[in-house]
Design a protein around this ligand. Sequence first.
Ligand code: CP
Ligand code: NVA
Length: 310
Amino acid sequence: MTSKKRDFLKFTDLTLDEHLGLFRRAAVLKKARRERRCVNTMNGRTLTMIFEKASTRTRLSFEAAMLQLGGSCIDLSAGNSQMSRGEPLPDTARVTGRYCDVVMMRTFADARIEEFAAHCEVPVINGLTDGGHPVQILTDLFTIEEKLGSVKGKTLAFIGDTASNMGRSFTRAAPIFGYQLKLASPKGYHPADDVVVPAKGFVTLLSDPKEAAKGADVVITDVWTSMGQEAESKQRLAELGAYQVNPDLMKLAQKHALFLHCLPAHREEEVTASVIDGPQSVVWDEAENRLHVQKALLEYLVLENERRQE
Ligand code: CP
Ligand code: NVA
């Protein structure tokens, strides 16, 4: 097999044209599903999913996507595999690539998925790492474009723990899509320079959540304690307490402003129930869109990889 396969590990792994192509295809696939028309582009192909962290949406949406496209899916929970007994990751990656056509992996350090992808002969998709959640951001931008038109030139306010994987992927995507991103966090909760510097001119680091929300087209937040940070939960709750997205904050945004949250959410922590369950919230459409956008991504990576080998 060729070594030139493409992965989707970071938002910057695809160009703007490729991202926009995925949006167009996702819209077609969404319509087909609404009209109960079958699409069989993944017929005979297999996706392997490796989870080293918990998941509801990512597991469901990737598996449903593959099955609905006529393919099949294997869930390799890391705890039940030889990985948990110390088999080297490169060996697992090499054999996984011999059995399937594409891999989706959710893990901790970015270095781990990069190592896996380097030794796996088929495309590898990042289903969330400590450093990013690119399939979620791809879906979020698709959802914004669906509701408000092009995200280019829009103002997005991300409030809370903006150093989270969500905050980092939104920052990486800003110069590609050309939106203004306002990141409001207390000291120590903004993304580091390696993420912020490449997005210079598109990202503003703020400490005041009101300043971020003012005039925003979209208001976004994420949990205050991400998976793997449970030991810091009490401290995070105290330090992020003033960064809750509530109706007062939403009032400062544009009248048409959307509220986004990748879920799972903690009501009355990072967001009030009145906002997440209120009229500006699009979180259920956002969650559904994971299915359509990931179908487009699976098709793109798998079929492009097959063409390369012809
Ligand atoms: N948003 C998201 O990735 O959800 P899960 O953790 O449930 O997969
Ligand atoms: N930042 C969160 C996102 C969950 C989808 C976490 O990593 O737990």
